[in-house]
Design a protein around this ligand. Sequence first.
Ligand code: AMP
Length: 277
Amino acid sequence: MKVTETIDEMKRLRHQLAEPVGFVPTMGYFHEGHLALVKRARAENSSVVVSIFVNPTQFGPQEDFDSYPRDPERDLAMLKKEKTNIVFTPSVAEMYPAQFNSWVEVGKLTERLDGASRPGHFRGVTTVVAKLFNIVQPTRAYFGQKDAQQLAVIKKMVADLNMNLEIVTIPTVREPDGLAMSSRNTYLNPQERQAATVLYQALSLAQQLWAQGEKNAEPMRQEMTALIQKQPLADIDYVSIADPETLDELDTVKPPALVSLAVKIGKTRLIDNVVLE
Ligand code: AMP
């Protein structure tokens, strides 16, 4: 396994890799969710590249860029076990030199849900992902269903800008009690960790209502909202039932429908989703 911090070396190493090349972009601090992406990339490709970069341009000024958890040594040991070929760990200055001044922006899709609560977030995501795709030139790139809007936005960017790669989606990996694995779960104290199960409970309620024949989205949103409101540590940002590609809110649930939510548990904002099929 080679580890490189520079774009020049990453490009040079890339040209020596056996095709096809699978790529997993991450912000590090790995959990089983990240490893599921790496394992799938390993199974489907001759070579695997993983990037670890906490991207400052996707964090708002009041957000957790500085406190975002980092443990590069542990991450590298885990990647070595998964037989990763190259790990790209650029510095902020390497990715954003002082004169950097170009951005990739996806339209309407980024204005709602997380985009509405985190202005500029998706512009940061699409810009860094476009840069990483140009640097790594993967055959396939692997993303988690956990970040459903990010996935929709990246697929749209790849389609609109004719990027020459395939996007592969990996199902959300969960803790035994249903909480979606996330690097940010480490922010939760034991009481908040317990309260955080309300996200998956609300999503499971939507699945249950759908299975019982409910076709109207609004009563589903209302029942989910009522359930979350019973948890005193939870503060709802949004509860959405939308088309998974356009993210347009639905009146009538038509599969596949993306049920997604963002809820603050104490100071920690968590997101999760399920797809009604
Ligand atoms: P991050 O390091 O949080 O930017 O995540 C890197 C990649 O891992 C993204 O494609 C995420 O969607 C994916 N990911 C994060 N958490 C999970 C999870 N619990 N299950 C599956 N994929 C995940």
